[in-house]
Ligand binder design. Structure first.
Ligand code: GDP
Ligand code: MG
Length: 177
């Protein structure tokens, strides 16, 4: 079975939980304090097999997950950060509706660099939401605009974090598909 390296970016403005989601997924950890100094950290994770191509051949993605601090300041460095990515987890904060508009801008920029990339939209910090019947319509609209489902996650409890990364892996085209 072939292993294909795939660059994945975390998108979203300051403090939505990008670093926390990566830490939860890769190391199954959560902390209240992550460094917010500017810099890029890259984590590796082997994903479950995805099926595609002819004769149902299976392949596995090895995710190289790029997490950047300082993405909220738009500069040319951000475009270099996006380059060559196959997909992105695009994160908004369920406790801060203004992060949806910011994510729309960042998502457009990402897709202008990588038009064929897959996106999964995440509403994070679901553990802080008291009314779980809320439909989060602004978040749903953003997800629909980007051709994605909305996944409501908590990096703190781990709820649906793995599912979000796995969905992204499935949305990325197999090499001979
Ligand atoms: P980033 O700037 O997008 O990388 O955000 P961080 O991962 O550094 O998270 C910002 C703050 O939100 C930190 O204090 C985290 O502990 C907190 N945080 C992140 N995800 C969650 C979550 O799902 N639930 C709660 N309650 N706090 C979270
Ligand atoms: Mg961070």
């Amino acid at each position: 079975m072939g292993v294909i390296k795939r660059k994945i970016c975390l998108l979203g403005t300051f403090a939505v939980g990008k670093t926390s989601l990566v830490q939860r997924f890769v190391n199954d950890r959560f902390s209240d304090k992550y460094l917010t100094t500017i810099g890029i950290s890259i984590s590796k994770k082997l994903m479950p097999p995805v099926h595609g191509g002819h004769a149902g051949s299976a392949a596995q993605h090895e995710f190289l997950i790029w997490d950047i601090a300082g993405l909220e300041k738009f500069d040319p460095v951000v475009m270099n950060y996006f380059r060559g990515a196959s997909g992105a987890l695009a994160v908004a904060d369920l406790t801060r509706p203004e992060t949806v508009d910011e994510l729309a801008t960042i998502g457009d920029q990402f897709l202008s660099v990588n038009p064929r990339a897959a996106l999964v939209i995440i509403g994070n910090k679901f553990d802080l939401i008291e009314d779980r019947s809320d439909t989060f319509s602004d978040y749903q609209l953003l997800a629909a605009d980007f051709g994605s489902a909305l996944i409501l996650t908590s990096a703190k409890t781990g709820e649906r974090v793995e599912e979000a990364f796995h969905l992204l892996s499935q949305k990325i085209e197999p090499p001979n598909g």
